[in-house]
Design a binder for this molecule. Sequence first.
Ligand code: G1P
Length: 298
Amino acid sequence: MKKNKVSKAIFPVAGLGTRFLPATKSIPKEIMSLVDKPLIQYAIDEARAAGIEEFIFVTSRGKGALEDYFDSAPQLEASLRRKGKTELLEVLKKTTMESGEIAYLRQRDALGLGHAVWCARRLIANEPFAVILPDDVIAADKPCLQQMVEAYEETGGNMVAAMEVPFSEASKYGLLDVKEDMGRLMSVKGMVEKPEPSKAPSNLAVIGRYILTPNILKNLNKKMVGTGGEIQLTDAIATEIEVSSNVYGYRFEGQRYDCGSKAGFLKATVAFGLAREDLRDEFAEFLKGIAAARYAAQ
Ligand code: G1P
């Protein structure tokens, strides 16, 4: 079966980021950086690696810094050029987007992730598309979305990234009811958004990477209100399972960091810091010292 290429991705970035106040009072959470690269840049790099060519941002009031980030910065570039800082110019080049490659639209009311995705319906039209939640940063040899696109080329349909989590954390995630577990890939017979642990169909959680068919947008048209009084993407996918049973979970290879939480963000900072050749030795030495001092104090 010939699959349509996945060339568009939606980045829902309308959230207020209240968990990171006061930092997020004046900067969008997606601009917060692991070492020196904003969360959103990790998401864009991953999307590009997977063949995405059109980037659709669903934003809200106060997210202007995101638009500036992807724009050219003539004054800064001129200054770096004058000083002969070619390496930094190269770094900047990777952050700018061609005109027309990126689109911003606003989610006027904060009605949930499903609603945010639905806001992009006219730009998606009738093609399969990806959704990337920039809070979920995934360190992997082969970027997660690329792994999924390769699997999708075999399966078609809808696909969500999946990962085992402790049952006690069920109420933080969308959880999969698995029909057939085939290793990396599983077919899915149901999905529940943030259930109580005792009602979780499994401990396989959806992580913020999706490849979806336009049918999901049709399901979202119904504006079904779900968990937390919000329009949930999980519910629109669950409806699709009932109609077409064309939904797969994909156990990706890689380490996921929940950068929507402070502890997750800190863990990612440490891991990405240690992965950097220019920082590794000094940073590891520091961590060793600080850990030893902490144990000695206990
Ligand atoms: C969203 C989704 C949830 C998914 C999670 C992954 O929840 O609604 O199904 O498991 O992302 O990070 P959020 O964390 O935005 O509340």
